[in-house]
Design a protein around this ligand. Sequence first.
Ligand code: GRF
Length: 186
Amino acid sequence: PKFAVFASGSGSNFQAIHDAVKAGKLSGQAVLVVTDKPGAFVEERARIAGVETFAISPSTFSSKELYEKEILQKLVELEVEWIVLAGYMRLIGNVLLEAYPSRIINIHPSLLPSFPGKDAIGKAMVHGVKVTGVTVHYVDAGMDTGPILAQQVVEVVAGDREQTEERIHAVEHELYTKTLQQLWSR
Ligand code: GRF
């Protein structure tokens, strides 16, 4: 299917997904990268990958509804069928939820429902859990609350955030691709 990736930052998950498509491991077509942070590194990745980007700053709209309507117009224009969130640091509102029912997927760097929201890895380290992980889930109106599609455990490297983070990101890149492939080959 045709999909759009929404990202606010570095875009390493976008990169992994795009690489998987190129390698024939994921049957889909990334037709658009949407970012709410103009200038984010994901734009550069998309440019190199040859994927159109749509950078749109929410602060220039008077409501989330108008902001999302602007995005929706672009998605419809490009016949986007699925929305893949990859480090998109914003809740999805009604406009997109209603236009894409059960067609929006997110990845989160913890074993949900533990540590939802921002800095899940930091929160897990502070809590002192021995294992954390990665969750891929359907998106609903809540913060990291939708039905779970896949999870994978990652062992925490005690006292070493950097190494723990590296492990988590490596698992994210594999698990996201694998889960999307399962979802789209049903
Ligand atoms: C990932 O850890 C993702 O799970 C979280 O934000 C991070 C995005 O990283 N929601 P990247 O932009 O894909 O490199």
